[in-house]
Design a protein around this ligand. Structure first.
Ligand code: AMP
Length: 281
């Protein structure tokens, strides 16, 4: 596995691989890798000649007061995991190389960026779109892999690819969970033992929703109420939002129809966790 730090070098490598007729699969991450990230890598490995993973804790997607400085980082461990997973290139740029001091240009997906998490993290998805577009231009992937765990991010990237006519296939990958249902996340390490114990209630709420939807329930308010009841089983769990929306538009639904995203964010102490369920009616 080659470690590339210089953005221009990454782009030259990608150009030369493309000229050799290779397909490039790309997995953008912020590092501190877990089995969720590795599921994306594995899918890329199955589908592409060359697998590129990036690790970049992107400052522009963190709001002031969020966890940018304390976000967990462990390059050595990540390198070992990626090597074991058969990755060809690890792209690991420095912030100053990505955002030089005279940096001016940003990408955003109007409306979709303001919904759900976007309502509580202003500027977050503008930061995400900007870094993803820059990374796409440097890595030049044929296919890029994103977790359904971050469903709004996935939807926004799909829309950016459509609107900017990017010649890249976006591949969604199902959420990888711990044995008790907690969605794997680099941020789970922040949880105290008590918080960790309460965390599976999030997925239990979503599973309870899935059951009543399978039994025919279509009223969003009833489904929301059921999930909220589950979350209230721990006083430690503080929901930030719980929304039932169209996956396509991220607009609220009163009655479930089509491809539906049930998404929530909740605090456990200072740690903000997200999870979701997608159902097709
Ligand atoms: P991050 O490092 O958190 O920015 O995540 C990098 C990529 O991994 C994103 O596409 C995430 O959606 C995806 N991802 C994170 N956690 C999981 C998970 N538990 N299962 C599947 N994909 C995940």
């Amino acid at each position: 596995m080659r470690l590339v730090k210089n953005p221009a070098e990454m782009q030259q490598e990608a150009t030369s691989l493309k000229l050799q007729g290779k397909t490039i699969g790309f997995v953008p991450t912020m590092g501190y890798l877990h089995k969720g990230h590795l599921a994306l890598v594995q899918k890329a490995r199955e589908e592409c000649n060359i697998v590129v993973v990036s690790i970049f804790v992107n400052p522009t997607q963190f709001s002031p007061g969020e966890d940018f400085e304390r976000y967990p980082r462990d390059l050595r461990r990540d390198q070992a995991l990626l090597l074991e997973s058969g990755v060809d290139y690890l792209f690991y740029p420095e912030a100053a190389a990505i955002y030089p001091s005279n940096y001016k240009t940003f990408a955003e997906v109007k409306t979709l960026q303001d919904k759900l998490c976007g309502a509580f993290r202003p500027g977050h998805f503008k930061g995400v779109c900007t870094i993803v577009l820059k990374l796409f231009n440097l890595v030049m992937p044929n296919r890029a892999y994103f977790g359904i765990k971050d469903a709004q991010q996935l939807r926004i990237i799909e829309k950016m690819v459509e609107d900017f006519n990017l010649n890249i296939i976006i591949v969604p990958v199902p959420t990888v969970r711990e044995a008790d249902g907690l969605a794997m996340s680099s941020r789970n390490i922040y949880l105290t033992p008590q918080e960790r114990q309460a965390a599976p209630l999030i997925y239990q709420g979503l599973l309870a929703a899935k059951t009543i939807i399978e039994q025919g329930e279509r009223r969003a308010a009833v489904i929301q109420e059921l999930i909220m009841q589950k979350l209230q089983n721990s006083p430690l769990l503080k929901p930030q939002y719980l929304s039932i929306v169209s996956y396509e538009t991220l607009e609220d639904l009163e009655y479930l129809q089509g491809k539906v995203l049930i998404a929530l964010a909740a605090f456990l102490g200072k740690t903000r966790l997200i999870d979701n369920l997608i159902v097709e009616i």
